[in-house]
Structures are given as C-alpha cells and as structure tokens.
Design a protein around this ligand. Structure first.
Ligand SMILES: [Zn+2]
Length: 180
C-alpha cells in the first residue's frame, strides 16, 4: 500500500506567532528598539554626533537645539517617529525643563508633518522609562509618536512584534524631510 506523504500545512494552518497582549495593542510605543537593550553611551543609537552628514542613513529627520527627530527602525505604523535629546539621560527627573519643552514642540511639529502627508485619524505619544516599563533603550530618553488610523491594529499583519508596513522606511524618511 502506498502511503501518502504528509503535505506541509498551508501558512494559515501553521502555528502563528502569539498575538500581542491587549496592553501592547493599547500602547503601541512599547514596540521599542529590540536590539539595543541596556545601551551605554558608547553603543547607544540615540547618542548622535554633531555631524549631520549621515542623517539620511540614520533616519534623522530633523535636528533641534536640544533634541532631534528620528524614524523608529521598528515602526508600529507608517510615520512612527521618536524625539530624543542629544544628551544621554535616562530619567525625566534628570532632564532640564527647556529640553523637555522642546521635546513636546518637536513632537507637535512632527505631528503636523504627518498630518500633511498621511492624514492620520489619531496619534499615540508615549515614553518607556526603565526596563519594567518596556524600554528597549533604557539609558536614553525618547518620546514615541505613533500615527493611528481606525482599525489599524486589525488590518496589518503581525509577525512576532514587527508589523509589515505599506511603505519603506527610506521613502517615509524622504517624504518627511521634504515637509519639515
Ligand atoms: Zn544615548
């Protein structure tokens, strides 16, 4: 008797990665940089030098006086950006008021740019302070700004914790820089 070979299950029948918890769904800024846990100033991706020559490569969209805007390497949605101070500082308690104030001003400016380009229906802003709060890079403050659209948590494919996006990061970068 010829035994039938077992065919592999189609992708939809294979075991899928666990879906994020509700907490993740409600806090998209928790999708932090994955590869840089416990970064020190020497390895910290947010400790950028003063030379703007490589800003395109590093996805730095804009430089302010105390902070800069950078695209998130692992975006939750198209246009997900971060605002980080130039100083390697971990806690809000250690941060001067003018630095914090500019962080909000740059967040607002980035939101304005995203509105023009993508017309989002909402935004999430958030920070992870410390490991328990889900910070990927614990040593360097950064504000996440995530544009949201109705139903975006449902229509995008989730693979592990990285979402499949409809636009390449380099394209988002070029478009954002143009409207800044
Ligand atoms: Zn740093």
């Amino acid at each position: 008797m010829v035994q039938r070979r077992r065919r592999p299950l189609p992708p939809s029948r294979q075991q899928l990665p666990a879906t994020p918890s509700m907490e993740h769904r409600w806090s998209p800024w928790r999708y932090d940089y994955i590869a840089s846990v416990g970064a020190t100033p020497a390895t910290c991706p947010f400790c950028v030098d003063a030379d703007p020559g490589n800003d395109g490569e590093r996805l730095i969209v804009y430089r302010g006086t105390h902070n800069f805007i950078i695209l998130n390497l692992y975006p939750y949605n198209v246009g997900h950006f971060l605002v980080a101070p130039y100083t390697h500082v971990a806690q809000l308690d250690d941060s001067p008021a003018e630095m914090m104030a500019e962080m909000m001003v740059l967040s607002r400016r980035g939101i304005g740019a995203l509105r023009k380009l993508y017309n989002p229906e909402g935004f999430n802003l958030g920070m992870n302070l410390g490991h328990s709060a889900g910070a990927g890079i614990r040593g360097h403050l950064h504000m996440h700004v995530v544009p949201r659209w109705n139903g975006d948590a449902n229509f995008m494919t989730i693979a592990g914790e990285t979402r499949v996006l409809s636009e390449d990061l380099s394209v988002t970068y070029r478009r954002l820089v143009e409207v800044f």
